[in-house]
Design a protein around this ligand. Structure first.
Ligand SMILES: *Cc1c(COP(=O)(O)O)cnc(C)c1O
Length: 369
């Protein structure tokens, strides 16, 4: 039988907090393509790779963390889980909870959640509550609920989530043979930048396999270095850039519409230890990058997912992008989550299909043949 990717826990069990007895809840997440981006590579005169996390089972990188969080919840005897979500966490939690047979409660901000994500949570039977408030308010309530009632919190403040998500960095290094020079990604609640940095650090250090029955010899480091981390927030939701929480975050990139990131300090630590930066990009820059990815690279993502690419293009324009480097950019979620943006052109006008009569000559003419 041909080999099938087994999900991040089985593939990286020696580097995750699981044992041989752990009942793994998985939908086969991870193993996502690292796609060469020829047009971006030409632009920066370097080598640009896109880690396309839209290829996960529920369409975002959240699945890497959710397999760990739901597996841990089951191990600890949970019957129900809760999360606050801008959309993708709820889609992921609902799917993994369903497979595990757990009840899943989801708190989403009122009216600011993409249709694709909402329909996923509902399809998987989550108890979905729209909270009269923003994401930060939702997370606050979810945390208090998990402290005072018998439900497990599966947001990225749960350390199991970070453990699962660090496998994204492992896959990059396993594929490229070493860490890239730079790693770029969007920053919302800042769990993912925290997780990638953890993964890169672990792969750049010697390692002792902690599991019984395996060799306890120290293994050499997998990578010779760690990358410089560049994170990008949306300008209307850029608390880390501004240095203070944003009470009314606003951006078309709903997945990073977060005013008070839970992993704020860890994101700053990743930035500082790697010699990197956390900067902001405007909604216009995000939508331009979103259009660049779909029209030039063949990669369809949701708006928030394009923030890292927007950052690369912005800093290339500022003259901050050295030539001859290797860049990896995580594009975090699938374009079908929030497809409305593809139907707008750069000037904001609607794109509609050309109408043609039922006739070969007219079709050929419309195609310019
Ligand atoms: C969750 C999410 C982000 C933000 O990740 P954080 O870990 O919250 O910083 C970015 N893009 C997409 C598509 C997401 O679902």
């Amino acid at each position: 039988m041909a080999h099938q990717w087994r999900g991040v826990i089985h593939e990286y069990s020696d580097r995750l907090p699981v044992t041989e007895n752990t009942r793994v809840v998985t939908l086969g997440e991870g193993g996502t393509p690292l796609i060469n981006a020829p047009k971006l590579s030409a632009l920066v005169e370097g080598e640009v790779w896109l880690k396309f996390e839209g290829m996960n089972p529920t369409g975002s990188f959240k699945d890497r963390g959710m397999t760990m969080a739901i597996t841990a919840a089951v191990e600890q005897g949970a019957k129900a889980v809760v999360c606050a979500s801008t959309g993708n966490t709820s889609a992921s939690a609902a799917a993994y909870a369903t497979q595990a047979g757990l009840t899943c409660a989801v708190l989403v901000p009122d009216g600011k959640i993409a249709m694709g994500k909402l329909s996923q949570a509902i399809a998987h039977g989550a108890e979905l509550l729209q909270v009269d408030g923003n994401f930060d308010n939702c997370l606050d309530v979810a945390r208090k609920l998990s402290e005072n009632y018998p439900v497990f919190l599966v947001n990225s403040v749960n350390p199991a989530r970070i453990e699962g998500q660090k496998t994204g960095a492992f896959e990059v290094v396993d594929f490229l043979g070493d860490a890239p020079d730079y790693h770029l990604l969007p920053v919302g609640n800042a769990g993912n930048i925290t997780a990638y940095w953890k993964g890169y650090q672990e792969y750049a250090a010697p390692y002792v396999n902690p599991h019984p029955g395996t060799s306890d010899e120290e293994l050499p480091a997998v990578a010779t270095k760690t990358p410089i981390m560049w994170g990008f927030q949306a300008e209307g939701a850029a608390p880390i850039v501004k240095g203070h929480p944003v009470t009314e975050p606003e951006t078309v990139a709903t997945a990073i519409r977060i005013g008070n990131p839970a992993s704020w300090e860890q994101a700053e630590a990743a930035r500082d230890a790697s010699g990197g930066q956390i900067d902001s990009v405007t909604d216009e820059e995000i939508l331009d990058a979103h259009r660049w990815l779909s029209s030039k690279e063949g990669v369809f993502v949701e708006p928030a997912s394009a923030a890292g690419v927007a950052g690369l293009i912005k800093h290339h324009g500022l003259g901050n992008v050295p030539a001859g480097k290797r860049w990896v950019i995580t594009v975090t979620g699938h374009g079908l989550k929030d497809p409305q943006w593809a139907l707008k052109s750069a000037d904001g006008s609607d794109i509609t299909p050309k109408q043609v009569p039922f006739d070969v000559v007219s079709v050929a003419e419309a195609l310019g043949l």
